[in-house]
Design a protein around this ligand. Structure first.
Ligand code: F6R
Length: 608
């Protein structure tokens, strides 16, 4: 996710901004920039690539005079990484500069409205509309101007704003995206992540959604949505810089798991509009959608597990065959492809060699390709015919968590959209699905908030030698992911089995005390799963169940239980995987493993 900083005080701003941005580098970024008020103009320096380039270009900021400025590290969402798409963005009249974290969902409408009034846009970003909207709403007073602009903005944002008409101030505003204000001796800061300013001050104000902050060197004033002054207490940060870089968490994996309510919201919400799923951004041809006769979903590892869920969704909603394949198998297999097929490749990094090879093979054979991908501008994003981005932000821990759940969310949206465009999504089904998707971030927050449940169970089971995950249908795909998560970071041998398949061989491995994790979240398969649980219990297994709240019958069969709220089957896996991610994390941590960098693994597998 992007980083936002701002400085106002008695010292030269640029070196302080660059130093603060360096502290945000760990979050991942593809470009960086700063804007500083220099007398009668705003000096903007920004470029694609490492922050070091910007430092070299400005001699560590020495070449940029001025004591009031804002800065940004960008993780591309709208528009590939480029100098132009980097922040800060100036308004057309050059009097406002803006840095933005988050996503403006209705930026196309705002852009069209402003273009109709003669505004010109120089980037492909959603963020540039903000600086021009601010110019359009100018009231001669920065707080009033921002409050006039806010009702037009839909989406999430943390903003830092400079105005040449109030050169002694920085304004800041947030909604659903983190932003804090920091107060030092004769100087003030804004920052999206506390560590970036900890070497200057530990006194910060935590901003609430909808609040505007107006900073001068001497004071920081806050206003609510009506423009009334708000009194806030200072929060004194007690932790040190290194722990803060993980947002106060011990590992990136935990931080990233905890970000899931936000990343799911970013991925889903902009695509739900007026009761319909809106993926017009894909620019898929209507005729092609109607003709579509088969879908191939191809990926590696966890992304393949997401693809398996995608296959079920396509078959359920579109009623056409779908196949999920491991990229390295697809490539050397003999898949039957034709012009009415769609090849969906799924990848967090967008750089996985096997997935790239499968994509190229598909293109070579003339099939239309669509990438579900997280990294904007990555090889897969550039080479696919159509791209559906997961907006999970940078993922640093090797074991994927938030990118995986965002992939499932994207596949739910995609299959519902295709069915809707083919006239196959019944009204009631669409309403149920949209309601489930809308509830997801809050329910995910609740499940993650109960992480102690998984922690306790991890403490009971962390020293097991072998673990078997069982489930049916979507719960089998979840078993594969739960098992992969556990084995890759805990180094415990683990396998996933389709529950009905156990009796055809694997059950011979079950003996007294063997841990079986049984996933049973689908009402229609409960009875069948109950039978499988009894089968393994009869052979002495200890059964840890993952069941939906209220399903006391399944719970009673298990020795221990993880519980998740019930959602429509299509959406359920996103919630159900969360306790399994937490369980894997706590087991690995208890075993003293390097959770973020498990042995032998790389974040991006660029070799075949
Ligand atoms: C497991 C994991 C891997 C990746 C796989 C594909 O936690 O992260 O299995 O899912 O290597 O990577 P991407 O999605 O970058 O193509």
């Amino acid at each position: 996710m992007c980083g936002v900083v701002g400085y106002i005080g008695g010292r030269q701003a640029a070196p302080i901004l660059l130093e603060a941005l360096k502290k945000l580098e760990y979050r991942g970024y593809d470009s960086a920039g700063i804007a500083v008020i220099d007398g009668e103009s705003i000096d903007v320096r920004k470029m694609r690539g490492r922050l070091q380039l910007l430092c070299e270009h400005t001699r560590d900021g020495q070449d940029v005079p001025g004591t009031v400025g804002i800065g940004h590290t960008r993780w591309a969402t709208h528009g590939a990484p480029s100098d132009r798409n980097s922040h800060p963005h100036l308004s057309n009249n050059g009097r406002f500069a803006v840095v933005h974290n988050g996503i403006i969902e209705n930026f196309r409408q705002i852009k069209a409205m402003l273009e109709g009034k003669g505004y010109v846009f120089y980037s492909e970003t959603d963020s540039e509309v903000i600086s021009n909207l601010i110019q359009y709403c100018d009231q001669g007073d920065l707080v009033k101007t921002l409050l006039a602009a806010v009702p037009h903005l839909e989406g999430s944002y943390a903003l830092g704003v400079l105005s040449l008409d109030q050169p002694g101030c920085i304004a800041a505003l947030r909604k659903d995206s983190p932003l804090i204000a920091g107060k030092g001796e004769g100087e003030s800061f804004i920052v999206s992540d506390i560590p970036a300013i900890l070497n200057h001050t530990r006194d910060v104000y935590l901003m609430e959604d909808g609040e505007v902050a107006l900073l001068t060197g001497d004071e920081i004033r806050f206003f609510n949505g009506y423009g009334e002054a708000v009194r806030k207490d200072i929060f004194r940060v007690s932790w040190d810089v290194s722990s803060a870089e993980k947002g106060g968490y011990e590992h990136f994996m935990m931080k990233e798991m905890m970000e899931q309510p936000e990343t799911l919201r970013e991925t889903v919400r902009p695509r739900l509009k007026e009761g319909r799923v809106d993926l017009d951004e894909l620019k898929l041809d209507g005729d092609f959608i109607r003709r579509l006769s088969m879908v191939h979903l191809v990926a590696c590892g966890s992304a393949y597990h997401a693809g398996r869920l995608g296959k079920d969704l396509i078959e359920k909603y579109l009623g056409i065959p779908a196949e999920a394949d491991i990229a390295s198998e697809f490539r050397y297999g003999s898949p039957i492809l034709n012009g009415d097929h769609l090849l969906i490749v799924i990848s967090q990094s967008g750089e996985t060699a096997d997935t790239i090879a499968a994509l190229r093979e598909g293109r070579r054979r003339g099939v239309k390709t669509l990438a579900v991908v997280n990294v904007v501008g990555s090889t897969i994003a550039r080479e696919a015919d159509h791209v559906l981005y997961t907006w999970a932000g940078p993922e640093i821990a090797v074991a994927t968590t938030k990118a995986y759940t965002a992939q499932i969310a994207a596949l739910i949206l995609l299959s519902a959209y295709l069915a809707q465009e083919r006239g196959q999504l019944a009204e009631a089904e669409r309403a149920e699905l949209i309601e489930g998707l809308e509830k997801l971030p809050e329910l995910a927050r609740r499940v993650l908030g109960e992480k102690e449940q998984a922690q306790y169970l991890a403490s009971r089971y962390f020293n097991r030698g072998d673990v078997y995950f069982i489930g049916r249908g979507i719960d089998y795909s979840l078993s594969l992911e739960g098992s992969l998560k556990l084995k890759e970071i805990s180094y415990i041998h683990s396998e996933a089995q389709a529950a009905g398949e156990l009796k055809h061989g694997t059950i011979s491995l079950i003996e007294q005390g063997t841990l079986v994790i049984a996933i049973s979240t689908q009402k229609r398969l409960r009875e069948k799963m109950a039978g499988n649980i009894q089968e393994v219990k009869a052979r002495g297994a200890a059964v840890l169940g993952l069941v939906t709240e209220g399903d006391e019958v399944s719970a009673a069969l298990c020795d221990d239980c993880l519980r998740v709220p019930a959602l429509p089957d299509a959406v359920q896996p996103i919630l159900s995987i969360l306790p399994l991610q937490l369980l894997a994390y706590y087991v690995a941590a208890l075993r003293g493993n390097d959770v973020d960098k498990p042995r032998n693994l790389a974040k991006s597998v660029t070799v075949e």
